[in-house]
Write a protein of this length. Sequence first.
Length: 113
Amino acid sequence: MGQRGDDGERAPAERQQTVREALRTALLRGPATARELSGEVGLREKEVAEHLAHLARSLPHRGERLVVHPASCIACGYTFRSRERLARLGACPACRSTRIDPPAFSVEPLPES
């Protein structure tokens, strides 16, 4: 576990693997949202999105791919299927509600060609 610093906040525990390896390991266990990954890996939610973008580019070299399970609007059911950005959503384009069920991410093997 981490130790307390001078300001009373807990210092992060030492890592046994890189942030992206930790994200990949977590995503191999099953789908997770950026918030869940943030808590598991010990990053801010915004940082998780940046690392996921890089992970998506590097996974094909391992024969894997990042799967994005799309976000959806809780109010009207709109699904954000074609969204490319991995960052948090602001509002639904259909009804302008901010009650958005966030996207989930997972890692799967690349389909055989």
